[in-house]
Design a protein around this ligand. Structure first.
Ligand SMILES: Nc1ncnc2c1ncn2[C@@H]1O[C@H](COP(=O)(O)OP(=O)(O)OP(=O)(O)O)[C@@H](O)[C@H]1O
Length: 348
């Protein structure tokens, strides 16, 4: 399942370059000069023009891989190429023009304003004086606007909320105008609409500007919807690479994340609570209400019967979320609203 560089390069519509690894092993060297490999033998390719999402359970090695890909952690073995250049032989200055990184570490913004903090992204492009040109200022303004942080531009960066700071650090990376952007959990502190907006923005930037974007996240369902490619670290430290649908069909998503109370549904691409059902209920409700009734009943350990036959109880919906319930003991009760419905169903 793992892609190799040559296979990917041969695919139509996929440009070469981007970020490639060759027999890469990432991990930590211990004091006794031995080493602890976290992920081994990685032959991965994140292509220009695509959003690649790195998924895996806690402790799987996502941050370790990202830190190695950006040169902060030396590889235990193997090679990394960025835009075709060997990372080990690229000078820090040249690397900074090619690669931007947003990690989860706290950033001490000192007395900088948001605009000045984002402006630090221009550093690799400014000359000896470090003075920003009109083009540099335009890049900073564009990046702040792109992440929805332009209204914060004059605020002291030290006063930002976690979510606001996350956006501004993303803006700083975009202002750098790199070929490759690596982001470790950029949506971690964002509210749901902002998570979707930032993920879609990163995908669109990849497409429109030919950027190579690699993002680690725990937003599984969103990632599986939006990402062009996924690197999925499973519980045995194998890395599966492919389109989200490849990994869903191959069972890699379910095997990485299914747990006692959680099951991945490959048909919908979503996770649901795993519950034993204790009875089946016939439900009479319109198509736009039925899924909500099903959801509410599932919480009470009840499944919706496909046909009325064989059902232990019956629920009928009428306008205004009024329900008529016939329980397993054939008693009829009325419920007003979903809360009364579930409280009654709990007694069945
Ligand atoms: N500095 C370090 N020295 C030694 N081992 C480390 C170090 N940092 C992390 N590890 C170990 O490496 C493994 C991978 O950790 P990593 O932080 O890369 O996982 P992750 O997938 O990013 O996890 P999470 O989703 O919880 O952020 C873990 O077992 C962790 O304990």
């Amino acid at each position: 399942m793992t892609e190799t560089l040559t296979e990917t390069a041969a695919q139509p519509g996929i440009r070469t370059g981007g970020l490639e690894t060759e027999e890469l092993t990432v991990g930590y060297r211990t004091r006794s000069r031995s080493s602890r490999a976290v992920l081994s033998g990685l032959a991965l390719h994140a292509a220009p023009g695509e959003l690649t999402v790195l998924l895996g359970p806690n402790g799987a090695g996502k941050s370790t891989l990202l830190r190695t890909l950006c040169g902060l952690l030396p590889p235990l073995e193997g090679r990394i190429r960025i835009g075709g250049a060997d990372l080990a032989r690229t000078s820090p200055a040249a690397l900074a023009r090619r690669l931007a990184v947003v990690l989860t570490d706290r950033v001490d913004a000192g007395l900088l304003s948001v605009r000045e903090l984002a402006g630090l992204g221009r550093h690799p492009h400014t000359g000896f004086t470090g003075r920003l040109t009109a083009a540099d200022h335009a890049a900073v303004e564009w990046s702040l606007k792109a992440v929805g942080a332009d209204h914060l531009a004059d605020r002291p960066a030290a006063e930002l909320s976690d979510g606001e700071r996350q956006r501004v650090l993303t803006a700083r990376a975009l202002a750098q105008e790199p070929e490759v952007v690596l982001l470790d959990e950029p949506t971690a502190f964002l509210d749901v609409p902002s998570r979707v907006a930032l993920t879609v923005l990163l995908r669109d930037l990849a497409r429109d500007k030919g950027l190579t974007v690699v993002v680690s996240t725990h937003d599984l369902e969103l990632a599986l919807r939006v990402a062009d490619a996924v690197w999925l670290v499973d519980r045995t430290s194998r890395v599966h690479a492919g389109a989200p649908e490849d990994l869903i069909r191959g069972g890699a998503v379910a095997s990485a994340f299914d747990a006692d109370h959680l099951a991945f549904d490959p048909l919908t691409g979503t996770f649901g609570l795993r519950r034993a059902t204790r009875a089946a209920v016939a439900v009479d409700a319109p198509a736009d209400v039925l899924p909500l009734v099903e959801r509410a009943l599932a919480r009470e350990g009840l499944s919706v019967a496909d046909t009325g036959a064989g059902a232990d109880a019956r629920v009928s919906w009428t306008e205004g979320n009024r329900f008529t319930l016939v329980g397993p003991d054939a008693r009829t009760t009325e419920a007003h609203g979903f809360h009364e419905l579930t409280r009654t169903a709990r007694t069945w």
